[in-house]
Ligand binder design. Structure first.
Ligand code: MSP
Length: 502
C-alpha cells in the first residue's frame, strides 16, 4: 500500500487563525482526502508552533504567561479546523512532552555527530520572522522585507549548527532529486541560495527561557525554528517508535508557504542529513492569499477569520473557493466579489442546478425512482476523459485543475439536459436514459468532489438515493461509468446552493 504523509506548517499561536492559515490547511486536507480516496494509507498532520519570542511577547501583551496564552489559542486553531471540516489525523503542539523529547533526541544526535559548535553571534533579527537577516536582505538595511518593521540588533553566545558543512551535499541532493521541491521556480530559488554559500546558524538562545531546553547545556533553549521543524518527526514517533517512524519517513509531503522556503528547503534537509536520516521526499511551495494586494497576516489589520467566512458562505463554498481560485504555487487576491461570483457560477448555476433539475424531473417523470444510465451515453466518454485529468491534477497537487475538469463534466451534463429537455418530454425510455445518465454523473461527481467539498458530496449521494458514503468509495473502480443502480428513491429537497446577491 502506498503511504502518503502530508503536513501543514505548524502555525504560530500569536493570534487567532485567519483565512491565510486556512488556505494551507484546506489544501492539505483536500490532498489527504484525495489520497484516501485512491486507497493510500494517509497520515495528515497539522498543529501549532508555540515557542519563541514572538509568542512570548504576544502572551506578555495579554498579561499572561506563555503557556496560559498558548493553552488558550491552540484550541482555537483546532476549532477553526474542525469548523472547516479538516480531517487531520493528529494535531501537534510543540509544548507537548512528546515533542520536547523528540527535539532533544534529534538535536542530541546532531551534536553527537559533531555538527553543533559554540560561538558568538551578533546580527539583525526580526522577531516576527524569528530570523536573523543580513543587512543587504533588509529594506534600507534596517527593515524586515516581509513585515517592514525595524530589525533588532541581537548579540548572543550561542550554539551553532554547521550548516556550511552541508553545502555540497545539499547541491548533490537537489541534483539527484529534481522534483523534491516544487514548483521548479521555488526549487531554483532554494538551490541558488545554497550555491550562494551557506553560513552556520545560531540555534539556541539564552535571552529567553520559553522553548525546549538544550539537553547538554541547561542555560540555553533551542531557537524556535529549530524545534518547530522537528514536529514533523515527533508526530510519527521519532526516537520512540522506530517501526512507525520508518513507515512514514521520508515519504512525506510538506506543504508550505513561500516565505518559509529557506527553513524547509535548506535548513531542514541539512538537519536531517546531520542527524543521519533522509531529507523529506517532497516539499510543495504555495503562494499567498492576498487582501488588498498584501499578504493576509497576523501582523497587519487585513485578516479575516475562517469563522466569519463560514458564517457568510457555508463551509464547502469557502473550501471550494480557496482550492479553485488560488492555484497552488501562485498568489491570489481574496475578495467578496470573487467568492460570490464563484459561488453563483460553479455552485448555484452548475452543480446545484444540475442536482435540482435532475431530482425534480425524476420526481415528475419517473415517480421519484432513479432510472439506470445509458452505457453508450456521450457523457460516459466525457466522464472518462475528465477522470484521467482529475486524477493527474490531484496527484500532481493541483486542486484548481482537478476542480476545473470536474466542473467540465457538470457543465456538459447540464448542456445535454438542455438539449434533450426531459422536463418537456413524455415519460418513457428516452427520458429515463437521459435522466439515468445525469444521475450517473451526479454519482461520479459526488465521489470526485469528496476532497474539496466532503459535506456536499454526502448530501448529493443521499439525495440520489445511494447507500454508504462517497468517501468510502475507491477511485478509479467506483467512478467507472454505469454503476448507478436503477430504482433508488431520488429526493428533491431544497437547493444546496441558493443563489447569492452580487
Ligand atoms: N510557525 C512557522 C512555521 C513552522 S513549520 C515547521 C510559521 N507560522 S505562520 O503561522 O506564520 O505561518 C504558517 C503558514 O501559514 C505559512 O507558511 C503559510 O503556509 C500559511 N499562511 C499564513 N498566511 C498566509 C497567507 N496570507 N496566504 C497563504 N498562506 C498563508 O511560519
Amino acid at each position: 500500500m502506498t503511504r502518503y504523509y502530508i503536513t501543514t506548517p505548524i502555525y504560530y499561536v500569536k493570534d487567532a487563525p485567519h483565512v491565510g492559515h486556512a488556505y494551507s490547511t484546506v489544501n492539505a486536507d483536500a490532498l489527504a482526502r484525495w489520497h484516501r480516496l485512491i486507497g493510500d494509507d494517509v497520515f495528515f498532520l497539522t498543529g501549532t508552533d508555540e515557542h519563541g519570542q514572538k509568542v512570548a511577547r504576544a502572551a506578555d501583551e495579554q498579561g499572561l504567561t506563555p503557556i496560559e496564552w498558548t493553552d488558550e489559542l491552540a484550541p482555537r486553531f483546532a476549532a477553526a479546523w474542525s469548523d472547516l471540516n479538516i480531517a487531520n489525523d493528529d494535531f501537534i503542539r510543540t509544548t507537548e512532552p512528546r515533542h520536547h523529547q523528540a527535539v532533544q533526541r534529534f538535536l542530541g544526535r546532531i551534536n553527537d555527530n559533531g555538527y553543533i559548535v559554540k560561538d558568538t553571534y551578533s546580527g539583525l533579527y526580526c522577531v516576527s520572522c524569528e530570523q536573523y537577516y543580513a543587512e543587504d536582505e533588509l529594506i534600507d538595511g534596517t527593515r524586515c522585507p516581509i513585515h517592514r518593521t525595524p530589525a533588532e540588533h541581537l548579540e548572543e553566545e550561542n550554539y551553532f549548527f554547521r550548516l556550511s558543512a552541508f553545502e555540497q551535499q545539499l547541491i548533490e541532493w537537489y541534483e539527484a532529486n529534481p522534483t523534491a521541491v516544487v514548483p521548479e521556480s521555488k526549487r531554483n530559488e532554494a538551490l541558488s541560495f545554497i550555491k550562494g554559500g551557506l553560513r552556520d546558524i545560531s540555534i539556541t538562545r539564552t535571552s529567553i527561557d520559553w522553548g525546549v531546553r538544550v539537553p547538554w547545556d541547561e542555560a540555553h533553549v533551542f531557537y524556535v525554528w529549530y524545534d518547530a521543524l522537528i514536529n514533523y518527526l515527533t508526530a510519527i514517533g521519532y526516537g520512540q517508535d522506530d517501526v512507525r517512524f520508518e513507515q512514514w519517513w521520508p515519504v512525506v509531503h510538506h506543504l508550505i508557504g513561500k516565505e518559509i522556503i529557506r527553513f524547509h528547503c535548506v535548513w531542514w534537509p541539512a538537519m536531517c542529513m546531520a542527524a543521519g536520516i533522509d531529507p523529506p521526499a517532497h516539499v510543495q511551495v504555495h503562494g499567498w492569499l492576498l487582501l488588498g494586494g498584501e499578504k493576509m497576516s497576523n501582523s497587519s489589520v487585513n485578516q479575516i477569520s475562517p469563522a466569519e467566512l463560514i458564517e457568510e458562505y457555508g463551509v464547502d463554498p469557502v473550501r471550494y473557493h480557496l482550492l479553485r481560485d488560488v492555484p497552488l504555487g501562485s498568489d491570489g487576491e481574496f475578495s467578496a466579489e470573487g467568492i460570490t461570483s464563484r459561488y453563483n457560477t460553479d455552485l448555484a448555476n452548475n452543480l446545484g442546478n444540475l442536482l435540482s433539475r435532475v431530482t425534480t424531473v425524476v420526481g415528475s417523470k419517473c415517480g421519484g425512482a432513479g432510472p439506470a444510465p445509458r452505457s453508450d451515453s456521450r457523457l460516459a466518454s466525457v466522464a472518462g476523459v475528465v477522470l484521467a485529468e482529475v486524477t493527474e491534477a490531484w496527484n500532481a497537487g493541483q486542486p484548481n485543475l482537478a476542480l476545473e475538469a470536474t466542473w467540465r463534466l457538470i457543465r456538459e451534463t447540464n448542456a445535454e439536459l438542455e438539449t434533450a429537455e426531459p422536463w418537456k418530454a413524455e415519460p418513457g425510455p428516452e427520458v429515463d436514459a437521459v435522466l439515468g445518465s445525469a444521475l450517473e454523473v451526479l454519482r461520479i461527481v459526488s465521489i470526485l468532489i469528496v476532497p474539496a467539498m466532503p459535506a456536499t458530496a454526502d448530501a448529493i449521494w443521499r439525495r440520489i438515493g445511494l447507500e454508504g458514503l462517497p468517501a468510502d468509495q475507491r477511485v478509479p473502480e467506483a467512478v467507472g461509468w454505469g454503476r448507478y443502480p436503477a430504482g433508488r428513491p431520488v429526493e428533491k429537497g431544497s437547493p444546496l446552493f441558493p443563489r447569492r446577491k452580487v
